[in-house]
Design a protein around this ligand. Structure first.
Ligand code: FES
Length: 88
């Protein structure tokens, strides 16, 4: 038997959901958006990415707003949804 631990290989992030999530954001606050899709605390990072090639995206809310954050992890404008989920 082979007990060698294998590192998780991922070419693309995991799709956490196929719709964006409306998220209350606070002006001036820093957030860590999950880019790998593995977090159990979506849309934010819970450090599950350590076994993946992905890193979270740090961003600051520019105003108090409801942000529509990407959950498919394919957006070209992360952390915000750009509609990429509609072509998955
Ligand atoms: S858990 Fe997904 S980027 Fe950290």
């Amino acid at each position: 038997m082979n007990y060698i631990k294998q590192e998780k290989k991922m070419d693309k992030p995991k799709i956490a959901d196929n719709t964006p999530i409306a998220t209350d954001l606070e002006k001036g606050k820093q957030y860590l958006w999950c880019a790998c899709g593995e977090s159990k605390n979506q849309p934010f990072c819970d450090y599950s990415h350590v076994s993946t090639p992905f890193e979270p995206l740090s961003f600051e809310a520019k105003e108090d707003e409801t942000g529509y954050l990407c959950m498919c992890k394919q957006s070209k404008n992360p952390p915000y949804c750009d509609g990429s989920h509609m072509s998955l």
